[in-house]
Design a binder for this molecule. Sequence first.
Ligand code: MN
Length: 384
Amino acid sequence: MYYNNDMKIIHTSDWHLGAADGGRYLLEDQSHFIDEICEIIKDENAEALMIAGDVYDRSVASAEAIKLYDKAMTEICLGLGVPVIIIAGNHDGAERLESCSNLLASANLHVAGSLQREVRKVSLSDADVYLLPWITEEKVKSVFPEKKDEIKSIEDAYSVAVKNMEEDFDPSKKHILLAHAFITNSETSTSDRAAVIGTATQISAKVFDAFDYTALGHIHKPQDVNEKVRYSGTPMVYSFGKEEGQEKSVTIIDTKDMKRKTIPLHPLHKRSTLEGSFDELIKADYPEDVVNGYVKLRVTDRPVGMAGLSQLREIYTNLFECESRSFDNAESSITLTVEEYERMQTDPVKVLESFCREVCAEEPSEHLKKLFEDAVAMVEEDPA
Ligand SMILES: [Mn+2]
């Protein structure tokens, strides 16, 4: 029997397949990072790939996102012959993700959608990987009704689920946990939409002490929680702001000695926020990967209307949004997204109406509509 000397497992999370931004799907970028991950699997001669939740961006994934998932899993599990181990995150539709899981396991794809009483693990050469999908207190109470009274917080719920796995430990193996959770004191980014403010959803990393390594998803910035618990982070940058500066990577664990390293991923589009006067931004004195990347602009010296925005879009072909001075108040600013802009091309009043409904929860008054139409007329005369 052939034994693989490189007992390396790749830890990734939060692929968010089907995610959209700036009015477009990011499928091309996602297909790019999947290709990179496949190369890393080959280069490192990896024994398995783990995805710690949020494989998809939506619980009802789009047809395009499913197609990409299908292609990726077929390539890795069958093409490369490497098992993929997946748990559902809070963004995934647990039941959908898990469909045909017993059948798929025979083809190297191991998926845990929702928590079950039966411990789910995947045995590798010298480690067992335990699968703990996204859970709520209610879910754990329903799976372990006899522990109902013990569960008073989400941390208690994790303890119950994890203790159940510890009883199954094979002492001759290393134990790895795959989970999707919000650990206290971890550093969040704008794209962690579910990172609820407050502490009710947070748990302490000590819950996972019994494991040699806990491979986490949920928080998008790669980071160590402690020597045995880590967030791999997303494979690409999903938001402007502080996430822009994060180098994304995959984490590789060598199960012989549990040492780990990271391998950087190279995005198809760089994401940048650029700030300057309108003229400076039109000059676009930036490296090519910045100008051609995903861009948010902050115009410091003047308001930018539709005409200005379309001028900027000729230079920044992947412009997502533009923030500039407000037309009537120099102290405040306005933000135009390209998505809104494109909708506005058709009917500005419709955009106002949907904004009022979605944000203010009321219909705009006739007076407001009139003011808005005047403002639109003014913007359209904008000479820039
Ligand atoms: Mn996520």
